[in-house]
Design a binder for this molecule. Sequence first.
Ligand code: NAD
Length: 479
Amino acid sequence: MRDYHNFVNGRFTGSQSKDRITVVNPSDGQAICSVPDSTAGDVEDALAAAAAAQPDWAKRPAIQRAHALRAIAARIREQVEPLARVITEEQGKILDLARVEVAFTADYFDYMAEWARRIEGEILESDRPGETIFLFRQPIGVIAGILPWNFPFFLIARKAAPALVTGNTIVIKPSEETPHNAVKFCELMAQTDLPPGVINIVHGRGAGAGKALASSRRVGMISFTGSVETGSAIMSAAAANITKVNLELGGKAPAIVMGDADLELAVRAIKASRVINSGQVCNCAERVYVQAAVADRFVAELAKAMKATKVGNPLVDSAAEYGPLINEAGYRKVDGLVRGAVAAGATAVTGGKRAPAEGGYYYEPTVLAGCTQDMEIVRREIFGPVIPVIRFDDLDEAIAFANDSDFGLTSSIYTRDLNVALRACREIRFGETYINRENFEAMQGFHAGWRKSGIGGADGKHGLYEFMQTHVVYMQGNG
Ligand code: NAD
């Protein structure tokens, strides 16, 4: 088993901590490697390196910074297969999805590099004669990126690429569940001529390294992806220094299936959206509302499709459509919510228990009929391959059910009626709505949760500008 290190100031460095975190393959429970459980002192060292590197990095023309992003993308593309295996081994997603994650990550670096020549300021009309007002967009300084485990490799890019192209430097803390892919990322980065200190990776748990990052005065913005509870703790830590926060938190995406929908399409898309990464995706369809007239048919078809879904160890079984849940805590949460729903009157049409695969925490593809809006499974994020289904009578009721949630990340509607789709888009209070398709965002969009699903957002032009601050200059001339 390899013991890995942090990556600070352009090289792998030891930690002040003797404690180490063992990384486990969720598919079979075997240990893979270890990383340091870094101290607050390690985090400060990394932040100091990032702060020292930032002024020179920001002075470079943006197009030179973009070249560095493209070099990272090129290195990633040379290693798609080994990187995908590392992701699958520590996170449990199937290899095809891990390959998509690696390719998407490389594309994301290239996409953000394209912004180098497109970052714009403004020139404003003044009230005073002879004066010109300029609005510059400038980097914030040092960014802290704190990552979850579900798309661990891609999230490095989602934080680092916009941070770097806009002239910031960054310290990233990967999830303690999935640090191995970040080590591999550092090995690739070390092969490029990225200046030392521009990207630093510090491993550790949330309560130690994570908290130290969120509490440091050196950090200009914390870009966090993870749970609502941690987002709230990070906001509290950031409050002491009035540090800007950018939060991408949990979801509870409603999918509305109207009576006129193409049911075959709805079943296919909702199933895909629910089994991808074992249902552990923030934008997955987490609750389905189906119009009463087609409810029985829809539930029967969905149950058939879910039942036919193959679950298995993704490194062993190439036919598996999804693998294990990330860990025992994840399994207990999913199983507890399912049991609670059944006790409260729901029916498990298919699934409802642990899948009979060896070693890891696998869960059967599950459809729960007869759910009601007040059930915990309809209100809390499940993060597993489980679909609770609720009936509704008309669009008003469906929209009211969908909006009745603390979360506001993504949503979807299936209908052939353009007017119904348009009305739903106007009235559904979520950051994203998918019409007649599965939930999966584009890098040129803007992934931003409403309510407890987050503050600010990621991707596209609007996500890029989150990493900049404005500087207004008033230039008084005498002409
Ligand atoms: P988590 O909140 O448990 O952990 C995320 C990260 O925060 C980890 O690196 C952890 O070490 C760190 N952390 C924990 N406590 C901390 C603290 N007090 N201070 C600073 N850092 C701390 O989340 P998770 O279980 O890794 O990820 C799953 C969650 O992420 C789900 O809720 C999912 O919906 C959400 N998510 C959201 C998006 C999005 O784009 N909105 C994307 C992916 C995942």
